[in-house]
Design a protein around this ligand. Sequence first.
Ligand code: ATP
Ligand code: MG
Length: 425
Amino acid sequence: MTKYTVPRGTRDILPAEVALWQFVEQKAREIFRLYNFREIRTPIFEHTELFLRGIGENTDIISKEMYNFQDRKGRSLTLRPEGTASVVRAYLESNLHKQEALSKLWYQGPMFRYERPQAGRYRQFHQMGCEVLGAVSAYQDTEVIALAQHFFETIGLRGLEVHINSVGCPICRPVIKERLKSFLGDNLNNLCEDCRKRFETNPLRILDCKNPECNEFFVMLPDISDVLCAECKEHYHDVQNYLNIMRIKYMVNPRLVRGLDYYTKTVFEVISSHLGAQNAVCGGGRYDNLIQELGGPSIPAVGFAFGLERAVLIMQNQKVTVPGRTPYLLLLPLGENAGNRAAIFANKLRRKNIPLEIDISGRGLSAKLKTANKLGVRYVYILGEDELVDKCGQLKDMRDGRQKKIRFDKFLAEMEKKYKKDNRS
Ligand code: ATP
Ligand code: MG
């Protein structure tokens, strides 16, 4: 082992895996554009107070997962555990809400939670997410669910399920909690220690417990959706109606709750059977009171975030491949004079936007050709000392292994022609 290692719960993303990340990020950007979302970038740390106020003091995130620190002036700052609170803060601080009735924003970046690291669960992880601020209609809930589903389809993920539920609003939530407590009260002994604590502080969160024994027991839970107030019921009905007419497959899951307190009405998750215990790749919902809670006017909103680590993990498990980023050409000079000539070619071709590598090492031809195979290049141009005299080199097509002589003065134009042709098809 080397002397220095990555901190527990973090990881390096090495070049082979980065290709998948770039593919996911690029597709997400394209989809956000299709649905008319604009990017917003906020700081990685914020005043601790923002998260205390936004996420809720009795959540796991606030009570045990925050990365808090003091700066040199004694201010309490926190590495962001999620993106929504920061987006709402920036939206209010920049007065976006006064300029437009509907703001559709997306973001991306690392998030930090002091959790127990496992496959698909890290202390630094990455999310991309979107928020619709001013989301008056139930259509907006459906649109973000549609976007999430469209996106996962685009990156080639199969076997995903969209689960939805309604967690009510401040009017009916107390009734939901009471109903839940009366069911759980008789069965407290079956719950883990954390859940016994949650029973007093945040009973709804018990349903989100990751402990398998608690989960087993929730199967017996009565359906609590009938205690929603009239407004929440109607909203839930409208969301499902839009989902139906837009032909979006979903499952009603009355046990679905989220780990953050700000959610109201609709909550949803996208679940994969390829993720093991950490089966949610995406989570979100409506948060009609958060903007006001953070000092703004009463503006309803809805959004979601997905985890890049988990999206990439499913792609790897499902063996989804993405176009690689191999150089098109390898220049292969043999000897010093040939090296000079190849350096000039490299310089010129790169300015013509042709990705290439040059093997300037003193190794022999067969060793260098091995590199060409490993890189997966389309062409190799061999410049031997003898060929310098004739002012020509050998162009080897790595697909069929055929080789032909190309004169130096024709080489640049020939490569440009080939590259254009290959990149058109
Ligand atoms: P989970 O139930 O798995 O803890 P969550 O409800 O805490 O997830 P959100 O806060 O809604 O998740 O974040 C949305 C997505 O971000 C999750 O669906 C997941 O893909 C990803 N995510 C959340 N926490 C982590 C983590 N610690 N490591 C990796 N990805 C994460
Ligand atoms: Mg969590």
